[in-house]
Design a protein around this ligand. Structure first.
Ligand code: UN1
Length: 505
């Protein structure tokens, strides 16, 4: 298979110091969606090797947790430096392996750099509260301690950024990481680990062996990570179906989870919306990354008074968007990840037609060999929110519906299982505030006059309901990676009991 391996991939991997023998010759094939060509054949990590990796990580925890957090932050600072140096190469590898446009591939690496910067600052800000106590001569406070080994399961669509959100926070919080990337994107994982290895080398002997490891394989390897009691936190990104398996298994052993599952994100365009702005935001949100972000806009509610102005313009934008091989052209939309994604998309479009939808676009595009799956993004005008509209299809399909009443549209907006991201396009303060209020959007992310995707790392990222409830990245998401101890100190000569309880002996 080495003959079929595109030379550019081999050369790129060599830049990370990874020889072809590491990722060829094994039975686990992975492909570039740009051409459908096989670019790697890896050997999966065995169950015994997985357990050994977790044991190594646990041993590393016992040392790493005692290193002062700002010193741990220094490792993440170095990681950020190495990522800056490798940005172009890693971004290109993301394009090869996940099919993202050059700009989005680089954007993903930028997201990694941003979270490193955030985590470095955080390493001096792992604050606990000091709390007023009811007892004289006492002090009460809380301390945040490292938690243990963090298992990371990530998806193909953000093959490296999601790891970095977790790894950067976990490392400053005092935890080793063990990462099971998607079997569709193993090379970017190996490259990311190689970049961290460069940082570790510069960091020196304070970093224990086994602080960060990669496991190669599919669901069985993920399962070995999930059931291992030494893994204190499992942070899993993927489908709701996957979350339903992972969540209960970790809960059964009282481990912790951060679940970042499916989204069925919607936008609402109100009568006062800036339609030019809405058009651009919807186009990126719905067609960007070929509809393969968990934050992709999948449903659009347009007020009846602006429907006939906006929707024909959107249909035109859909027809004219460039679809192509992102390494050879400036195309905005790259390929679907594989044939399964294409089949899923066509099935959803058929179901939409059967439910009375009018489909614009969605056809396969003759780009590259037959093994690659490029499609025109699809805009589907739907008479109501039924059938496939209620479920996430991981492809560029935007279901567009007309609405007349604001309260009703909020209800429709919230009437799906997932609760990740949402946006409203309005210049009306009452509509905006209602959308952001307790009775508005029920999602973890609610935006005004921007799309549903493209979140910055400074905010907490995640969603409600079937999205899983986890939060990653910014704000105080770090707390999920630590354990809290409440400490009460008596510096008096008496022993008053709380709640005035008397127990004199
Ligand atoms: C994902 O699709 O899994 O908000 C994550 C965004 C990105 C992250 C998406 N920052 O679109």
């Amino acid at each position: 298979m080495t003959a079929a391996l595109p030379a550019s991939t081999r050369d790129l991997m060599a830049k990370f110091g990874i020889e072809a023998s590491v990722f060829t010759g094994g039975p686990m094939a992975s492909f570039s969606p740009l051409t459908g060509e096989q670019i790697a054949g890896l050997t999966p990590t065995s169950a015994a090797e997985t357990d050994a990796a977790i044991a190594r990580a646990h041993a590393a925890f016992l040392t790493w947790r005692n290193l002062p957090a700002p010193r741990r932050g220094e490792l993440v600072r170095l990681l950020g430096e190495e990522l800056r140096a490798a940005k172009e190469d890693l971004g290109r590898l993301v394009s090869i392996e996940a099919g993202k446009s050059a700009s989005e591939g680089l954007g993903e690496v930028q997201e990694m750099i941003d979270i490193c910067d955030f985590a470095v600052g955080l390493s001096r800000q792992l604050y606990g509260l000091t709390i007023a106590t009811e007892r004289p001569g006492h002090r009460m406070m809380e301390t945040w301690h490292p938690l243990g080994v963090v298992g990371i399961i990530s998806a193909f669509n953000f093959p490296v950024a999601v790891w970095s959100w977790n790894a950067a926070l976990a490392l400053v919080c005092g935890n080793p990481v063990v990462w099971k990337p998607s079997e569709k994107t193993p090379l970017t994982a190996l490259a990311s680990q190689a970049i961290l290895d460069r940082a570790l080398k510069r960091f020196g002997a304070d970093a224990p062996e086994g602080l960060s490891q990669v496991l190669i394989g599919g669901a069985d390897v993920g399962n070995a990570l999930v059931v291992n009691p030494k893994v204190a936190l499992v942070s899993a990104t993927g489908s709701t179906r996957m979350g339903r398996i992972v969540g209960p298994k970790v809960a059964e052993r009282f481990g912790r989870t951060i679940l970042e599952l499916g989204g069925n994100n919607a936008g609402i365009v109100t009568p006062s919306a800036d339609l030019d702005m809405a058009l651009r935001a919807i186009a990126f949100g719905a067609m960007g990354t070929a509809g393969q972000r968990c934050t992709t806009m999948r449903r659009l509610f347009v007020h009846e008074s602006v429907y006939d102005t906006l929707v024909p313009r959107l249909i035109k934008a859909y027809a004219s968007v460039s679809v192509g091989n992102v390494l050879e052209t400036q195309a905005l939309v790259g390929p679907l990840i594989d044939k399964d994604a294409f089949d899923g998309m066509q099935k959803a479009l058929e179901a939409a037609k059967a439910a009375g939808g009018t489909v614009h676009g969605g056809e396969r595009q003759p780009v590259g060999p037959d093994t690659a799956y490029y499609v025109k993004p699809a805009l589907v005008e739907m008479p109501s929110q039924t059938g496939p509209v209620l479920h996430e299809t991981f492809a560029p399909i935007l279901y567009v519906m007309k609405y007349s009443d604001f309260d009703q549209v909020i209800e429709l907006h919230n009437a799906v299982g997932a609760g990740l991201s949402s946006s409203i396009f309005t210049l009306d303060m009452r509509e905006m505030e209602t959308f952001l209020s307790a009775s508005g959007s029920d999602c973890g992310i609610a935006n005004v006059n921007i799309g549903t995707s493209g979140a910055e790392i400074g905010g907490a990222f995640g969603g409600e309901k079937e999205t899983g409830g986890g939060r990653e990245s910014g704000s105080d998401a770090w707390r999920a990676y630590m354990r809290r101890a409440t400490n009460t100190v008596n510096y008096s000569r008496a022993l008053p009991l709380a709640q005035g309880v008397v127990f004199d002996i």
